[in-house]
Design a binder for this molecule. Structure first.
Ligand SMILES: NC(=O)c1ccc[n+]([C@@H]2O[C@H](COP(=O)([O-])OP(=O)(O)OC[C@H]3O[C@@H](n4cnc5c(N)ncnc54)[C@H](O)[C@@H]3O)[C@@H](O)[C@H]2O)c1
Length: 322
């Protein structure tokens, strides 16, 4: 770890977000709502306008949840260069496209531009940090802080370091995210896809197979979750809910009873070929399911739904409006 100690996680006031698309913009909205000064940088020519539109769209939901004292959209600065964005950062969140070479080079650039000792986290959906920290002069402060969309509403962040990450950086980041209002899982070892995306991907692969084979429509797949297991998963995970499937015998009975059917060939674990026909079927199916609602309408609907679930299950952030 570098010689300059990072600031106390609870005393951080300035955060830098690099890459300001769906996830980077969502992080910007989250940190602004929690009362931080946020500097963003994104190389796309239209990035600043897009970012401000994303933050504006998120703000009603964040206001409904309750803004931290002093929180303001005016505390966002869009920097002209990566170096300017990182010069006085106290924490950096990288959310650039999911391409390994790009991440490697970008993380090395961020390491060179950021004050010594300041932790740099990547939003990657699945690359292990060991594979991304190869080019950086100081890999000890690089780690994964994997969020879920939208980062301003979904509490979970999975935190994990790579082989060359210092343990103290992982502990610092976990504490920082908690102070910043997130729910943190600190993983002890690297695992491609971390925890939640491995689970999501298994379901997603099977959904694509079902559409590709004409076995179910997009709408049927979505309804099967929102009208079914999805209702339970919002407050009780797949293991405990299955324990209840065993009645008074709990998980033991459940495994004895249903365990042998695991051998039935229900699911396909290989990814399907993502050919044009499947792509077209998924796009058409989603358009049909959206039934005229725009992406902005669906974002607003999703945001309200997440807030309603958090409220109903007693998990609104501290200070949130009742
Ligand atoms: N979309 C999701 O649901 C989701 C969820 C969790 C994590 N992630 C991860 O977050 C990261 C960003 O994904 P996204 O969905 O926001 O993508 P996106 O395409 O919406 O945004 C990526 C942004 O990065 C910018 N960019 C391009 N090159 C760059 C560079 N060299 N340096 C900095 N920025 C650059 C682009 O202009 C764009 O604005 C990826 O690593 C992805 O795996 C995505």
């Amino acid at each position: 770890m570098s010689t300059t100690p990072p600031p106390d996680p609870a005393r951080v006031t300035r955060v830098t977000c690099v890459g300001a698309g769906v996830i980077g913009g969502g992080w910007v909205a989250h940190f602004l709502a929690r009362g931080y000064d946020v500097t963003a940088w994104d190389p796309a020519p239209d990035a600043a306008g897009k970012l401000r539109r994303l933050v504006d769209a998120a703000w009603p939901a964040l206001t409904q949840l309750g803004l931290a004292p002093g929180a303001s959209r005016d505390r966002l600065t869009v920097a002209e260069t990566l170096e300017e964005a990182c010069a006085d950062a106290q924490f950096v969140q990288e959310s650039a496209p999911e391409k390994l070479e790009l991440k490697r080079e970008l993380l090395a650039q961020l390491d060179a531009a950021t004050p010594a000792g300041v932790v740099i986290a990547s939003s990657t959906s699945g690359y292990p940090m060991t594979d991304m920290q190869t080019e950086a002069a100081d890999p000890s402060r690089l780690l994964v802080g994997h969020p879920f969309n939208p980062p301003y509403l979904i509490p979970l962040v999975e935190v994990v370091g790579g082989e060359r990450t210092d343990r103290s950086a992982v502990e610092w980041a976990s504490r920082f995210y908690e102070v910043a209002g997130k729910s943190v899982i600190t993983m002890e070892r690297e695992l491609p896809g971390f925890i939640a995306n491995r689970l999501q991907e298994a379901l997603w692969r099977e959904a694509l197979h079902m559409v590709a084979n004409g076995e179910a429509t997009v709408k049927e797949i979505d309804d099967s979750i929102t009208e079914g297991p999805g209702l339970r998963w919002a407050f009780m995970g797949p293991c405990l809910t299955f324990a209840l499937a065993g009645g008074e015998g709990g998980m033991g009975h459940m495994l004895d009873h249903f365990g042998p059917s695991l051998k039935s060939p229900w699911t396909r674990l290989e990814a399907p070929e993502l050919d044009t026909a499947l792509r077209d079927a998924m796009v058409a199916g989603c358009e049909e399911a959206a039934a005229g609602r725009s992406i902005a309408d669906l974002v607003a609907e999703r945001d309200q739904g997440v807030i309603d679930v958090l409220r109903a299950t007693g998990r609104l952030p501290k200070g949130a409006a009742e």
